[in-house]
Design a protein around this ligand. Structure first.
Ligand code: AMP
Length: 124
């Protein structure tokens, strides 16, 4: 899995060294708008702890941190009015999924019909 890079972009946002358009914050979670939105709503939700990926988060985070992240995503989606029309919640994990930032984050996407989950058929 490698070691956590404390100078990744999201670690710097958490330390206040880089700005973000913050939507939500509590003891365990920070949520902010993605800088290159892929949908009318594109929010990133990240744990404050130093976790590289979902694999790392799932293995090492406390139950409290894991619950806080899921509760935050659902509450943010509800606050943004996405619960009724629906939304997508996803986490790119590792190279095959094209994870670019090595601090665990989930994407919350919505505000339009998002179409099928992937553009290619299974197996391609
Ligand atoms: P991923 O490919 O899952 O690692 O997604 C990383 C996401 O972080 C991309 O959607 C980027 O647009 C987004 N991103 C990168 N830098 C920033 C930043 N400074 N503020 C907000 N979002 C960012």
């Amino acid at each position: 899995m490698g070691t956590y890079d404390p100078n990744n972009i999201f670690a710097r946002i958490l330390r206040g060294e880089l700005p973000c358009r913050k939507l939500f914050e509590d003891d365990h979670v920070l949520a902010f708008h993605d800088i290159h939105p892929q949908a009318p709503v594109h929010v990133l939700v990240i744990p404050k702890g130093a976790y590289i990926s979902l694999d790392d988060f799932g293995a090492r985070a406390s139950d409290i941190e894991i619950a806080a992240l899921f509760r935050a995503v659902a509450a943010i989606a509800r606050d943004l009015g996405l619960d009724a029309p629906g939304y997508r919640f996803m986490a790119n994990t590792g190279a095959d999924a094209h994870q670019e930032v090595p601090h665990f984050h989930v994407h919350l996407l919505g505000g339009r019909k998002l179409g099928p989950m992937l553009s290619r058929k299974a197996g391609e």
